[in-house]
Design a binder for this molecule. Structure first.
Ligand SMILES: [Zn+2]
Ligand SMILES: [Zn+2]
Length: 387
């Protein structure tokens, strides 16, 4: 069972919606135009209910099957763009300087709209499909905001499914795995205080550049020497700011970075060891370190039964050999994790082909994915809600 014919028929229309979203990127929770356009379309398709303002700017569209049934599943897309300057030169490129749909959320939103249109038209299922359009995936925890606003309980959602395009994976392929598929991402901010002074009299100063450099090095020993080598972890210090000139030892330094893991145990270990290593190293040199360790998105953990279902649906569409059911997890993060903490479900990757990477100024969602991803959504709903 390849692409759903009816979906193929209006894939051009879905692509046109995507191009419109692409030209009008919006950030985080400020997705007002996008959310309004999504809500208008859902209404025009004849969704039974369209609810706006969930988790600030989230939108939900509800389609009931030919027989109402008892089961309710949620299908989720994200709507927000990123703060970077687009360099694609496409006819539908961003019309807003410094903003760009560089993660393909325009494609995700358009495909889920396509699925809503098809499901409202055909209603070939028993139960209820809840189409979830969330704001603020890119660092704003919009998924959590929707959950806190009663997303699961208000609509009786029993299972949730998510999908993300994947550059480097061929168009017409899917990848998924049960268990952890994306990482927890926590933020590290270190404020160092030493003792400033003349560069020629270092013995009278406490050099925050030296202390910070030692901290950067020592932090790498956590992954190398504290984490079980069979577990995955990342500690990256990505910002180190200190000093203004060549003859002053700076009194202050600031370091920022990220800690990522694929299990709650490793996540807790990283937090504990980062604190110990930073404080211990600073103390060794007589400096003071203040650490702000903020927990971000949790691990995206796919549930077994729902992952098998998602994989089977993907195989129906693209063929058995085109679905990797044991893909290696990635250390990027996704706030769909919060929805999977509330309800069982599965997150799947759909191949975006040989495109520029996510968050790259030359990236573009591949329109060839539209019939594939949309077919996945509609078959998933029809399969999970077979009655
Ligand atoms: Zn992204
Ligand atoms: Zn994304």
């Amino acid at each position: 069972m390849p692409i759903v014919n009816r979906v193929g028929d209006f894939s051009g229309e879905i692509a046109a919606w995507r191009h419109d979203l692409h030209a009008h990127p919006e950030l985080l929770y400020d997705v007002h135009r996008t959310a309004a356009s999504v809500a208008d379309k859902l209404k025009s398709f004849g969704c039974d209910e369209v609810v706006t303002g969930i988790g600030r700017t989230g939108v939900v569209g509800i389609v009931r099957g030919r027989d109402p049934g008892a089961k309710v599943i949620g299908l989720r897309a994200d709507m927000d763009a990123l703060p970077l300057e687009e360099e694609t030169g496409l006819p539908y490129r961003s019309s807003v300087p410094g903003r760009m749909h560089a993660c393909g959320h325009d494609g995700h939103t358009a495909m889920l709209l396509g699925a809503a249109k098809y499901l409202a038209e055909t209603r070939n299922f028993v139960g209820t499909a809840v189409m979830i359009f969330q704001p603020a995936e890119e660092g704003g925890a919009g998924g959590l905001a929707m959950v806190k606003d009663g997303l699961m309980t208000r609509f009786g959602v029993e299972e949730v499914y998510g999908m993300h395009n994947y550059p480097g994976l061929a168009v017409g392929e899917f990848a998924i795995r049960p268990g952890a598929i994306m990482a927890a991402a926590d933020q590290i901010v270190i404020a160092l205080q030493g003792k400033g002074g003349h560069a020629a009299r270092p013995h009278l100063a406490i050099d925050t550049v030296l202390v910070g450099a030692q901290i950067v090095n020592q932090l790498q020993s956590i992954v190398a020497r504290n984490v079980d080598p069979l577990e995955a972890a990342v500690v990256s210090i990505c910002m180190f700011q200190a000093g203004h000139t060549d003859n002053v030892i700076p009194q202050h330094a600031t370091l920022r970075g990220t800690a990522r893991s694929l299990s709650a145990e490793v996540r807790a270990l990283l937090q504990k060891r980062v604190r110990e290593v930073v404080e211990g190293t600073a103390a060794l040199y007589g400096a003071k370190a203040e650490i702000t360790y903020s927990t971000g998105y949790p691990v995206v953990v796919n549930h077994k039964r729902q992952t098998s279902l998602a994989a089977a649906v993907a195989e129906d569409i693209v063929g058995h050999d085109k679905v990797d059911t044991d893909v290696a997890p990635v250390m990027g993060a996704e706030d769909f994790a919060f929805m999977l903490q509330e309800r069982p479900g599965a997150f799947i990757f759909v191949g975006n082909g040989d495109s520029a990477g996510l968050h790259h100024p030359a990236y573009d969602f591949n329109d060839e994915v539209i019939p594939i991803g949309t077919s996945y959504w509609v078959r998933l709903a029809e399969t999970a809600l077979r009655g």
